[in-house]
Design a protein around this ligand. Structure first.
Ligand code: DGL
Length: 269
């Protein structure tokens, strides 16, 4: 199976696009719902939680795990790749979603000014400006943390007046900081669920970039370049779901992320 990990429900927005583009594979999704959100947690905690999840997905037969969470990709990916895999799991791979997104974002902006909406953890890691400027040194990147957005999504408040208020506040703040921004990247997997409220507050000339299809296309490339991983993946088109909260909580919440009639298994670390 391809393991797909997120702190909660947000990674389902990435899973949906993976299933669209690569429907033949089997997926095992793990949402750490009981401990979400990760966004404002310390580096050490995010690393520890993410590593636990990766070990769980490995133990259930995933040769490849995608961290479908920007915060986990920003805070834990490099340490797992450098300090854990070579010693304990030399034949397994863990991929994040920041680099693939950074590689593509430069093609979208005309003004060369990009806004990034992300969690506080992703913003303070500096991963996006570093990765984007590595590929496109000429781009001006303005990051902005939106600490209220994940709780609004996780608790089903996506289209409430409260959601509109907090979305407008952050959109106005980033455009005040750099009025030349013509491209905004939603660099948190939960944020596509706020699309309606974000579009309402965003001026018409500003593009919104969603990560799901970028990550899915990059995974296609990755599997072509890594037949040694690809040939170990099951191809029955099945998806299973694990959550650290109750199965019922996950099944209900996943419905709002477009996953209908699923059944989840609850696990505790
Ligand atoms: N969905 C995650 C991301 O992409 C983080 C949400 C959270 O747990 O704070 O950053």
């Amino acid at each position: 199976m391809i393991g797909v990990f997120d702190s909660g429900f947000g990674g389902l927005t990435i899973l949906r696009d993976l299933q669209k583009v690569l429907p033949q594979y089997d997926y095992l999704y793990l949402g750490d719902n009981a401990r979400a959100p990760y966004g404002s947690r310390s580096f050490e905690t995010i690393y520890r939680y993410t590593l636990q999840a990766v070990r769980e997905l490995f133990s259930r037969g995933c040769p490849l795990v995608i961290l479908a969470c920007n915060t986990a990709s920003a805070r834990a990916l490099r340490s797992i790749q450098q300090q854990v895999l070579p010693f304990e799991f030399p034949d397994r791979r863990v991929l994040g979603i920041i680099r693939p997104t950074a590689e593509e974002i430069g093609h979208v902006s005309k003004t060369g000014h990009i806004g990034i909406f992300a969690t506080a953890g992703t913003v303070s890691s500096g991963s996006y400006p570093i990765e984007i400027n590595h590929f496109y040194p000429e781009l001006k990147v303005t990051q902005h943390a939106c600490p209220m957005w994940v709780p609004l999504v996780e608790y089903g408040e996506r289209e409430s007046d409260g959601a509109r208020y907090f979305v407008k506040k952050e959109v106005e703040a980033v455009l005040r900081e750099d009025p030349e921004i013509d491209t905004i990247l939603l660099a948190c997997t939960h944020y596509p669920l706020l699309e309606k409220a974000i579009r309402e507050s965003t001026p018409p000339g500003v593009n919104l970039v969603f990560q799901g299809s970028i990550v899915a296309d990059k995974t296609v490339d990755y599997l072509k370049r890594h037949p040694e991983i690809e040939k170990r993946l099951a191809k029955n088109g099945k998806t299973s779901f694990l959550t650290t909260d109750t199965a019922e909580f996950f099944e209900k919440g996943a419905f709002f992320f477009g996953m209908q009639d699923i059944s989840a298994e609850s696990l505790t670390f």
